[in-house]
Structure formats: structure tokens, C-alpha cells
Design a binder for this molecule. Structure first.
Ligand code: 13P
Ligand code: SF4
Length: 319
């Protein structure tokens, strides 16, 4: 414990010395989230992480999350140095949408407006008309639909299909999924509801349609936290990564949070619903990059210029 306290103090000192700010996602280790809060950084969903990094005056951003979050920060702030505790932390959605195949798919459907989820590579974003995160996907597609535009959506088929059902827009889907959210099981949640009949079910829209169908609320990580605070229920069944429990318990201490069951899990599973890539961010690799450098995020400058266009469109729309 003393060693960890030393490590935390070292990280705080190095952040100051390097004029660096820590930008962390809700799914990262609670110790990292706490450090971001204590040092004037940000803990948030992917939309707010992008905005915060772009608008913060620090010359260096340290992004604790997965690769697309570091790349987004770099694209939006090419003049800043962006580091990550590890460059190995990717995302199944990013992996499942390689640029060559995606670009060919777009070429086959030139009449469609290309909307991609933020969980994609810089090259895929550069090919897109719009980038969205889960917190504004519905609003953006609703807006495009009202203008009569047909959509090509990638990569998350569950989120894309949710958006299609909600907006009624003409949406053509890429076949990608999040390996964490795809595992949530509607039957498991219904069984859990028998034990907690008054619990509200809060679901991230990367989850399958059957899970979304029994949700009391569907939304991004930030929207889930806000709903947990605002809904009257004293118990909440949460279908998203367990990392979010740190913030939920901090902001809504008087309520009980129960993780939604996943494939192969019992109702009290503690290790399921944990993104393996988010979990690669730790205090020691965070301290290491601050001390020794390395793990700097680089984005091809030409791609960065192209990808900045739909990313800026997203942030302007959200503003
Ligand atoms: P949010 O934008 O809701 O934080 O989601 C990011 C993510 O990777 C969800 O799995
Ligand atoms: Fe990607 Fe899913 Fe991990 Fe989020 S939880 S980073 S969508 S694999």
C-alpha cells in the first residue's frame, strides 16, 4: 500500500513537471480515475474526453483508455504531445473495421452519408462524413434523417441498429461488435430482476437488441451515471463495463449497483464485463511513460487533417 501511495505521488509530481494533464475513461482502474480527478484532469465518456483534451491548455495529454481515444486526442490537438500508458490497448470495434474493407464498402454505397463511431482508427475516421459517440449518435442520425440523408453506419451493429430503430432512418450496417457489451444476456437480467424487482436496468447501447429491449434507460457511460442519480430506484442493474462502478458509487453513494449478467457468469460475477484493453492501463505503466517517455501517439499528419473534419463536426454538433 505504501508503494502504491509513492507511485501516486510520483505520478502527480511528474504530471506537474511535464505540464501534462491526465484524461481518463470511466472504464479504467479506479486508482487512475481518482488520480485524474485529484490532478485537474478529466474522467469521462469518449465525447467529453475528446472535448476536454482539445480545449485544455496543457502541452501534453496523457490518455488512459484505448487507442482510438489517444488518436482522437492527437488528431484534435496535433500541436500537443499525446502519451498513453500502453499503446497495446485497442478495441474490438476498431480491430473489426480495417480501412481497406471499410473504404471498399463506402465506395459501393456512394449515395450514403458515412457515419462512424468514435471507436475506429484515424484512417476510418478520415474516410467518414461524421464521427459520433454513443452520447450523440441518436441526435446526429436524427438530424441527418430529417435532411433526407441515407446512412452508412460502422462499426458497431448493435449501436447502429439501436439508432436505426429509434430514429427510423435508413441505416446500412457494418458488422462489428464490442466483445464486452455483446456478452450481456437478457435472460440473466430478467432472472436478476426477480431478486431485485424494484431495480432499474441501465444499458449501454453497444449491448444486443434483446438487452436494450428490457432497459429502463439506454445511453452512454455519462448518461448512465446521470440516470443512476436521477431515477428514483434505489437499486440499479448496470449493463456496461464494471469500471463505471467507481464513479457510480462516488456520485450516488446511497444506491446499490449490480452488474448485469454476461455469458457464463453467475449473478454476482466480479471479473466479467471488464474490457481487457481498458484494464491494460495501470499505475505502473502510467508512471513509466511520464518518467521515461515512450508510448507517444502518432497519427499520420495527412490522415489527421482529414479525420479532424468529422471529429470537429461532432464536437460542434454536441456544443
Ligand atoms: P462511451 O462513449 O459511452 O464512454 O463509450 C465508450 C466505449 O468504449 C464503450 O464501450
Ligand atoms: Fe471497445 Fe468494448 Fe472495450 Fe469499449 S468496452 S473499448 S467498445 S472493446
Amino acid at each position: 500500500a505504501a508503494e502504491r501511495a509513492d507511485l501516486r505521488e510520483k505520478i502527480k509530481r511528474l504530471l506537474k513537471e511535464r505540464n501534462a494533464v491526465l484524461v481518463a475513461h470511466y472504464y479504467t482502474d479506479p486508482e487512475i480515475q481518482a488520480l485524474a480527478e485529484e490532478t485537474g484532469g478529466c474522467v469521462s465518456d469518449s465525447l467529453e474526453m475528446a472535448r476536454f483534451g482539445r480545449d485544455h491548455p496543457a502541452s501534453t495529454l496523457v490518455v488512459a483508455g484505448v487507442k482510438f481515444m489517444g488518436e482522437t486526442a492527437k488528431i484534435l490537438s496535433p500541436e500537443k504531445q499525446v502519451f498513453m500508458p500502453t499503446l497495446e490497448a485497442t478495441c474490438s470495434l476498431d480491430i473489426g473495421c480495417p480501412i481497406e474493407e471499410f473504404s471498399a464498402f463506402c465506395d459501393q454505397h456512394p449515395d450514403r452519408t458515412v457515419v462512424v463511431y468514435a471507436n475506429t482508427s484515424a484512417a476510418v475516421k478520415a474516410r467518414a462524413d461524421w464521427v459520433v459517440t454513443s452520447s450523440i449518435a441518436l441526435d446526429v442520425v436524427d438530424h441527418l434523417d430529417s435532411e433526407g440523408q441515407k446512412i452508412l453506419w460502422a462499426p458497431d451493429k448493435h449501436l447502429g441498429d439501436y439508432v436505426r430503430r429509434e430514429t427510423g432512418a435508413d441505416v446500412l450496417l457494418w458488422d462489428g461488435a464490442c466483445i464486452v457489451h455483446e456478452e450481456f444476456k437478457a435472460q440473466g437480467i430478467l432472472d436478476l430482476k426477480k431478486v431485485y424487482p424494484d431495480a432499474a436496468v441501465l444499458v449501454h447501447p453497444e449491448s444486443p437488441e434483446s438487452v436494450v429491449a428490457i432497459a429502463d434507460m439506454v445511453g452512454s457511460t455519462t448518461q448512465i451515471i446521470n440516470a443512476a442519480r436521477d431515477l428514483p430506484n434505489k437499486q440499479m442493474i448496470i449493463a456496461t463495463d464494471q469500471g463505471i462502478f467507481y464513479k457510480l458509487q462516488q456520485l450516488v453513494p446511497d444506491k446499490e449497483f449490480i452488474i448485469a449478467p454476461t455469458a457464463g457468469s453467475g449473478a454476482t460475477c466480479r471479473s466479467c464485463a471488464n474490457c481487457p484493453w481498458m484494464a491494460m492501463n495501470a499505475l505502473d505503466n502510467l508512471a513509466y511513460v511520464l518518467e521515461h517517455g515512450g508510448n507517444e501517439v502518432h497519427v499520420d499528419p495527412a490522415l489527421g487533417v482529414q479525420a479532424m473534419i468529422p471529429l470537429t463536426r461532432m464536437l460542434d454538433f454536441a456544443a
